[in-house]
Design a protein around this ligand. Structure first.
Ligand code: ADP
Length: 257
């Protein structure tokens, strides 16, 4: 349905008004389309683990003979339940962010200490994959932000670097004062990198470059969307530099303190 107004003369007042109207209408239609796609994707993502739980349960009912069969089934059901929990929590975080209801503080935060806490939190995952995870933080780099939200953004970025970088790869986490005068927290990996065509979409909800890979890694498709939302609520923004074959660099940019 095309509700746009005809623009007869783009220079007169009516023409200008009609152009503004058409532009606004286009943006509203885009927003509705994004919302529609998001609802469809979210429903699909929520249904997948539920279907998996049902089917392993049904198979066990029909064919389960002993405790070992049931243990295995319960194990898969718990995995799917964890996935559902992560999805629902992620969706709740995004819903709060959308309505501007993420409580946030602004305080002076030592970025080196924050980065070091995140690295220690996730170090075992990198060790399991034989990756070299290093921390490079000069003392005294501080930002004005919400520490819990910025921490969550960094956790998601580092978790992705570990997931998508092959075994034996290298990941560097750093804090630094940037040439712009801002402060930055960054995660650099030597993984597969991301092609330009995907780069502008990876922050979209449920967008994955390689869906099978993401699923195999236990990804729920919301990590970067959440990282971007919480970084924003926490006082910063996220930048990315990446190219196939040269790894990826994700950076949370914050006002320096
Ligand atoms: P997922 O749950 O799939 O990891 P994310 O929103 O965290 O969802 O990331 C979206 C997609 O961006 C991933 O599926 C992956 O294709 C790509 N991606 C994110 N981080 C990296 C990285 N460090 N290296 C390569 N690809 C990445």
């Amino acid at each position: 349905l095309d509700d746009r107004l005809p623009v007869e003369d783009p220079r007169d007042e009516f023409g200008r008004l009609a152009s503004v109207f058409n532009d606004t209408l286009g943006r509203i239609q885009d927003a509705f389309e994004r919302q529609r796609r998001f609802t469809a994707d979210a429903s699909h993502e929520l249904r997948t683990p539920l279907t998996a739980m049902r089917s392993v349960g049904e198979v066990a009912l029909q064919r389960g003979h002993g405790a070992a069969d049931y243990r295995e089934v319960i194990g898969s059901m718990l995995e799917e339940a964890d996935r559902l929990t992560a999805l629902v929590e992620g969706l709740l975080t995004l819903a709060r962010a959308d309505s501007g209801r993420i409580p946030a503080t602004r305080e002076r935060v030592d970025l080196g200490a924050l980065a070091s806490g995140v690295v220690e939190h996730l170090r075992v995952l990198a060790e399991e994959k034989g990756q070299a995870l290093t921390l490079d933080c000069p003392a005294g780099v501080a930002a004005r932000c919400d520490p819990a939200l910025v921490r969550q953004a960094l956790v998601n970025l580092l978790d992705n670097a570990i997931k998508y970088t092959p075994a034996g790869g290298a990941i560097r986490v750093g804090a630094a004062l940037l040439p712009s005068g801002e402060a930055g927290l960054q995660v650099k990996d030597d993984g597969p990198g991301i092609a330009a065509a995907h780069l502008e979409r990876i922050f979209d909800r449920f967008y994955r470059v390689d869906p099978a890979r993401s699923k195999q890694e236990g990804g729920i498709g919301l990590g970067l969307a959440i990282a971007r939302s919480v970084a924003l609520a926490g006082g910063g923004r996220i930048e990315v530099e990446s190219a196939p074959g040269s790894g990826s660099l994700f950076r949370v940019v914050l006002p320096a303190a």
